[in-house]
Design a protein around this ligand. Structure first.
Ligand SMILES: Nc1ncnc2c1ncn2[C@@H]1O[C@H](COP(=O)(O)OP(=O)(O)OP(=O)(O)O)[C@@H](O)[C@H]1O
Ligand SMILES: [Mg+2]
Length: 234
């Protein structure tokens, strides 16, 4: 079953040249899809369009409900950590009591339970990213749109979170679009990777990945992807 379909979507920022030109792709239920590509190619813009933050100039989008985690964390500075996590639950008029319980549970899982009543300014960048991630996860949505969610984390924390993310997704029954600059991360997490091509962005090179990936496969595929990106990264 498809949870998202883009059909010939084009986009330009006000007064700018065309950035995205007639791109089409879809997302299956429970699929983990990563998008990689050189800086400025339009990755964040794609998920902003899907999340309804920007509107396409032409083309069609069919989508189930999405939850968007921006590239820069947008925690409200005057709200506590738990207050930020509860924001979408309040906006959707869902049970605060239940939300608080779930929020506390995930804060504990991500080793942030002592910070529930602190303000974002008291947290490191990586901690804020994790809070923003919990908020996205607890938003009632079928599709998570994650824009470089682990980029501010150290390698060890990142590794733990990646493993935890895969386990959690199964439990939550979500589909994911994941943006990253880290090809290894994309290879580890994804069922499929789209590599952005050309300016304006008009197509992708697609890699379908098996669940079990051995080292040889990872190295070979990484080489190919880096060539597709154009050797600008890493
Ligand atoms: N609000 C905006 N108004 C005008 N131009 C914008 C706006 N937001 C982004 N752009 C431009 O659109 C292009 C694509 O931006 P986008 O943020 O989608 O790239 P990206 O692939 O996510 O890059 P990165 O990997 O650096 O995050 C860039 O040239 C950027 O400067
Ligand atoms: Mg971006």
């Amino acid at each position: 079953m498809k949870v998202l379909e883009l059909d010939k979507v084009s986009f330009a920022y006000e007064g700018e040249e065309e950035l995205i030109k007639e791109i089409s792709f879809s997302l299956d239920k429970n699929e983990f899809l990563s998008i990689v590509g050189s800086s400025g190619c339009g990755k964040s813009t794609i998920i902003k369009i899907i999340g309804g933050i920007e509107k396409q100039k032409s083309g069609k989008i069919k989508s189930l409900k999405t939850a968007y985690m921006p590239q820069k964390d947008l925690l409200l500075p005057w709200r506590t950590v738990i207050g930020n996590i509860l924001l979408p639950i309040e906006l959707n008029k869902k049970s605060i009591k239940e939300g608080r319980k779930k929020g506390k549970f995930y804060l504990k899982k991500l080793h942030l339970d002592e910070y529930a009543d602190k303000l974002p300014q008291d947290l490191s960048g990586g901690m804020r990213q994790r809070v923003s991630f919990i908020r996205t996860l607890l938003t009632e949505a079928d599709i998570l749109l994650l824009d470089e969610p682990f980029s501010a984390l150290d390698a060890i924390t990142k590794g733990k979170l990646q493993k935890w993310l895969l386990e959690t997704l199964e439990e939550f029954n979500k589909s994911v679009i994941f943006i990253t600059h880290d090809i290894n991360e994309a290879l580890y997490l994804s069922d499929r990777i789209l590599v952005c091509q050309n300016r304006p962005l008009d197509s992708f090179v697609e890699y379908k990945l098996p669940k079990e990936k051995d080292e040889k496969f990872i190295i070979e595929t990484k080489k190919k992807i880096l060539l597709n990106i154009g050797g600008e990264e890493e």
